[in-house]
Design a protein around this ligand. Structure first.
Ligand SMILES: C[S@@+](CC[C@H](N)C(=O)[O-])C[C@H]1O[C@@H](n2cnc3c(N)ncnc32)[C@H](O)[C@@H]1O
Ligand code: SF4
Length: 434
């Protein structure tokens, strides 16, 4: 638990991925009354409103040595093609939800699937979930491998947002990140922007080896001048399962004399401040949009939501996710799929359950999840009594107010613009810890 003494905004937690954190899930729940949990999960999903579907495509051609995501490196086109068959089998065996408001396809690298496989998947999603023409569709793209055929499919199915891994435009930074191979990312970005159809979010990392304020400034200017209209800025996360990512810290430390900042949060803050100084508005932790971007409009209408898969133009009550490691969340249950792609594929092949663990939320955790969903979108929201009475909330209330993360009056809470930027911190302070 963070105490008042050691809490400063300098050590902020910029991403609050999902609730409760995976590390807090008890392991016993995996065996204990699994069928009852599953029945409840299906019932809650089938009656849910405002569902977001997330599809995880784990494949990449080469491993970027900073990567903190669940990926499988392969060059086997056969495996990639049969992956869609497995996904379709998993989806066919899932709860039959009818209120799907959006679909987010992420990875790994979704555009590692050939255009015809992407189309097969999207057509199936449309049919199975009876998606409306209003449904919000978005996908993550590696610009080095994007093709016109793939872009035509996204346009045909009315994808609204393409989230493009641009990382940095400095060739030394990219080379040290093992991201120099393949066609040039600038050409991929140009191809996407030339379609003049999608809103384009640039994903930028702050804190990579050889990165400097100058290189970040160059990258942001490049994006802004090209027509990118939104940004996801991430401070480098050192993933324990990817030992290569440590080289970024080591190289940066060895290069102190060469004027490279050794502080990824400092670079993160620099990137955020640079965007704000160019009138790019902050809509959430590390998320920025040009003033005319639809994120601003949705924010005004109190319809912008922030969840594990990014920013969405509706409040995501439930998430139904597919593919290896995908995490789903119903009203009272969170569940995760098998993480290792080969094992996931073999479970589907054997017609076995591919969920590897379940977590049943307590009453206060359910209330807290509801608060998270509302807080980001609504200008003012009620604090559930389970949280109001919680001792950790009573201690942290003072810190929240003093740091101007939120205004708390009686039973309601209103996030300040600072709180919106430091969303992760605000949530860590509010978390009832039960
Ligand atoms: C699924 S990828 C986007 C599509 C594609 N795989 C690519 O990299 O271009 C999501 C993004 O997460 C970010 N990311 C990955 N690993 C990270 C890490 N360890 N720390 C911070 N951001 C990371 C990168 O910006 C990456 O582009
Ligand atoms: S950053 Fe993107 S392309 Fe690189 S390994 Fe991770 S998911 Fe794959």
């Amino acid at each position: 638990m963070m105490s008042e003494e050691n809490f400063t905004l300098k050590n902020f937690v910029p991403r609050y991925s999902f609730y409760p954190l995976y590390s807090a899930w008890p392991k016993e729940i995996m065996t204990e009354s699994k069928s009852l949990i599953k029945t409840t999960y299906y019932q809650e999903m089938e009656s849910a409103k405002d569902i977001l579907i997330y599809i995880h495509i784990p494949y990449c051609q080469e491993l970027c040595n900073f990567c903190g995501l669940n990926v499988k490196i392969t060059k086997s086109k056969d495996e990639i093609n049969s992956f869609v068959d497995h996904l379709i089998k998993e989806i066919k065996n899932s709860p039959r939800c009818s209120n799907v408001k959006g679909v987010s396809i992420g990875g790994g690298t979704p555009n590692f699937l050939p255009a015809k496989e992407l189309e097969r998947l999207i057509v199936f999603l449309h049919q199975h979930f009876n998606l409306s023409s209003e449904a919000h569709l978005q996908i993550e793209i590696d610009p080095r491998y994007i093709t016109l055929d793939q872009l035509n499919i996204f346009q045909k199915f009315n994808f609204k947002n393409l989230i493009v891994g641009l990382i940095d435009f400095n060739s030394d930074v990219l080379a040290l990140s093992n991201r120099h191979q393949g066609p040039n990312q600038a050409a991929g970005l140009e191809l996407i922007l030339n379609q003049n159809y999608f809103s384009v979010t640039a994903e930028i990392i702050a804190g990579l080896a050889m990165q400097s304020k100058e290189s970040i400034k160059f990258t942001l200017d490049y994006c802004l001048n090209s027509g990118v209209n939104s940004f996801n800025i991430y401070p480098l996360f050192i993933a324990p399962w990817n030992p290569n990512s440590k080289i970024h810290i080591q190289i940066t430390q060895n290069n102190k004399s060469a004027n490279f900042s050794d502080n990824r949060f400092e670079l993160f803050k620099f990137a955020c401040d640079y965007l704000k100084s160019h009138h790019i508005t902050s809509v959430g932790p590390g998320h920025f949009a040009t003033p005319d971007h639809w994120w601003n409009d949705k924010l005004q209408k109190e319809d912008l939501c922030y969840c594990i898969s990014g920013v969405f133009p509706f409040i995501v009550d439930h998430m139904l996710s597919f593919g290896p490691s995908a995490i789903s969340s119903s009203s009272s249950i969170v569940c995760a799929n098998e993480k290792v792609t080969d094992r996931y594929l073999s479970l589907i092949q054997k017609k076995e359950d591919c969920h590897s663990s379940f977590f049943v939320k307590s009453k206060s955790q359910i209330a807290f999840q509801e608060l998270i969903n509302q807080l980001f979108a609504k200008s003012q929201t009620k604090i559930p009594s389970e949280i109001l009475e919680n001792p950790s909330f009573l201690i942290n209330k003072k810190i929240i107010v003093e740091l101007e993360l939120a205004k708390i009056e009686d039973q309601s809470i209103k996030m300040t613009s600072l709180g919106r930027e430091y969303f992760g911190h605000l949530l860590h302070l509010l978390d009832p810890k039960i």
